[in-house]
Design a binder for this molecule. Structure first.
Ligand code: CMP
Length: 136
């Protein structure tokens, strides 16, 4: 089925000049950039987005990382977009991410894994609303 997923190109990836490289990988797979904007994740939004990690020891470091600078938000669309984007992005931990994946090729150490991608249709729609507004 055609799906939508929310991607955040994180501050470390923007800082390292990887925005085009990352978006090109989704496009090469045949997925479409349905919406895109630049912006920032402020601390309040970060707490909301990562609420399910609130009890983890790495939570504050995670908030520091995602709020560290400008990001790019994108809605990526296409057949099975959620699974395809997660495969292109690779495993959460850069040490486990396969070379050839975005994290495997570019990321070094948690929490700096370059990209966030939604993990299910429900979280995708919730995250799209969070970062692109109710009508998106
Ligand atoms: P993301 O896909 O944005 O979702 C949760 C984030 O938490 C993850 O990417 C990492 O940036 C971060 N994260 C997950 N596990 C750890 C960990 N063990 N130590 C530090 N950061 C982590």
């Amino acid at each position: 089925a055609v799906e939508r997923t929310l991607v955040i190109i994180k501050p470390e990836a923007v800082k390292e000049g990887l925005v085009g490289e990352i978006l090109a990988r989704f496009e090469r797979k045949g997925l479409k950039i349905a919406r895109i904007r630049d912006g920032r994740v402020d601390r309040a939004l970060a707490r909301q987005h990562y609420a399910h990690h609130a009890d983890k020891p790495f939570f504050e470091g995670l908030l520091d990382a995602i709020t560290a600078g400008p990001v790019v938000f994108a809605i990526i669309e296409g057949p099975s977009a959620i699974a395809h984007v997660r495969n292109l992005v690779g495993a959460t931990n850069p040490i486990e991410a396969t070379p050839g994946s975005i994290r495997g090729d570019f990321a070094r150490e948690l929490p700096f894994n370059m990209v966030h991608a939604s993990d299910s249709p429900e979280t995708a729609e919730e995250e799209i609303r969070r970062f692109f507004g109710e009508g998106a």
